[in-house]
Design a protein around this ligand. Structure first.
Ligand code: PSU
Ligand code: MN
Length: 326
């Protein structure tokens, strides 16, 4: 059996409980595996001095979900099984595993067959949200992440579009994210989502968030919703009344106190893109290379903001999940 659902998540799904899926590519490839170093400036309170940053993030996100009344369902590939619902010990094992890559739709089958471990992207986490339906008759309807993958910059010369977009087009789950990073072509990503029939909502925001950065007046306009209840109602109309089968993307701005000024990342992104393009590396390394460069270049400011938005999104996702359960 290569798909395993934890007892806690299974029971919650069967009783209509507020389950929130969480992806793990952010743990294996999106955040540093090291403890907080001086090069990152002041250490935020959710990271203690001897816990690796990726593991501290996982603990804080799970706590944010539970504090808001939800049940976290971490999704990952571990030793050749697709796992939905990990214990604290299993999360620790994955976060410490230096060999764990990230898997998307095109690579998950081969990683499973090689009996390896890997973090799941938005795309493969959405795949898991659907798979639970064949195990216990209920899909997972809410999923929190940092930022979605999308259409990369310079797509006219190199067509690099994340499989996240296809999965969003095909999976009826509400995804809570801080939009997409400025490492992507944001307006092309928003246009693609529209083509794919994915509604984009802004929880208390009318503009598509740009991940760790402050908003700008040029950001694409989106439909502003005031509360988790309103998100739950729109999801109900989208899936149950209209019979749509795409995701509902609900976006949240990064908390104000840690947001980075817009445009401050431009130079390092351009340089890293050039460096990465000349390295001849495979496509899946592009996002991790950019995230790592941003954290170092901003002396930890992008990392602090990333951690804050991950927890904020996890908390809002749990609120939406509770609203759907009621
Ligand atoms: N954005 C982030 N951090 C991340 C990712 C995106 O701020 O770690 C990860 C997510 O898991 C997302 C994936 O699903 O990158 C997209 O990768 P790709 O472009 O290779 O499909
Ligand atoms: Mn890609």
């Amino acid at each position: 059996m290569s798909v395993l659902l934890s007892d806690e998540v299974r029971q919650a799904l069967q009783s209509g409980g507020p389950v929130v899926a969480l992806e793990t590519a952010v743990l294996t490839k999106g955040l540093p595996h090291s403890t907080w170093g001086d090069e990152f400036g002041t250490r935020p309170s959710i990271v203690d001095s001897d816990t690796p940053i990726n593991l501290a993030a996982a603990k804080a996100m799970a706590l944010a979900v539970r504090t808001a009344g939800g049940i976290p369902a971490w999704v990952a590939v571990m030793n050749g099984s697709l796992r939905i619902g990990l214990s604290e010990q299993e999360i620790e094992e994955l976060a410490m595993d230096e060999t764990a890559e990230k898997v998307s739709l095109s690579t998950i089958a081969s990683v499973l067959s090689q009996k390896k471990s890997a973090g799941t992207t938005v795309a493969t986490t959405l795949q898991a949200c659907t798979i639970t339906k064949s195990i216990c008759n209920h899909a997972i309807r809410v999923f929190a992440t940092g930022g979605i993958g999308g259409v990369h910059r310079n797509w006219t010369s190199r067509l690099d579009i994340s499989a996240d977009l296809r999965a969003l087009a095909e999976t009826p789950t509400c995804v809570i994210a801080s939009g997409a990073k400025s490492i992507l072509d944001i307006s092309a990503t928003v246009e693609a989502l529209e083509t794919l029939g994915v509604p984009i909502l802004g929880l208390e925001t009318e503009s598509f968030p740009c991940f760790v950065e402050t908003k700008s007046e040029n950001d694409p306009n989106i439909y502003c919703v005031a509360s988790p209840d309103e998100v739950a109602k729109i999801c109900h109309v989208h899936w149950n009344e209209l019979g749509s089968t795409s995701a509902v993307l609900t976006t949240c701005q990064v908390p104000d106190d840690v947001a980075l000024g817009r445009g401050t990342l431009e130079q390092v992104i351009e340089q890293t893109e050039l460096f990465w393009a000349s390295s001849g590396d495979v496509g899946a390394t592009r996002t991790p290379a950019l995230l790592d460069a941003l954290a170092r270049h901003t002396k930890g400011k992008s990392l602090v903001a990333n951690l804050a938005l991950l927890c904020n999104n996890a908390s809002h996702a749990a609120e939406i999940s509770v609203a759907m359960a009621n």
